[in-house]
Design a protein around this ligand. Structure first.
Ligand code: SF4
Ligand code: SF4
Length: 96
């Protein structure tokens, strides 16, 4: 046999019924995302409702502004739905 099988690079490379086999710190669940949240900082009132509702703890707060850890954001859109001022827009991930 020549060479080893390449590592899957994202969810589109995985076969149906594939299971994750890495530790959560290694396994970037953001690989599964089809949509990503984009925050309009000019609209954000820093209420942190997005942080409260995010099921992946992917919303970050540095004391000044909110951002998204895309390594772990799965693109569910709950943050955008819960944002009271509609500061978060979900946009499609590039397919390439
Ligand atoms: S899209 Fe979902 S996982 Fe990503 S930051 Fe928003 S609530 Fe969290
Ligand atoms: S829910 Fe909306 S307004 Fe509140 S902190 Fe998050 S992005 Fe900002």
């Amino acid at each position: 046999m020549s060479g080893s099988k390449p590592e899957p690079r994202g969810w589109r490379d995985l076969p149906l019924s594939a299971l994750p086999y890495k530790l959560s710190l290694e396994y970037k669940t953001g690989d599964w995302r089809a949509l990503r949240p984009v925050i309009d900082q000019s609209k954000c009132v820093k209420c942190l409702m997005c942080w409260l509702f995010c099921p992946e703890m992917a919303i970050l707060w540095d004391g000044k502004q909110v951002s998204v850890n895309l390594d772990y954001c799965k693109g569910c859109g709950i943050c955008a739905h819960e944002c009271p001022v509609k500061a978060i827009k979900m946009i499609p991930e590039p397919t390439e």
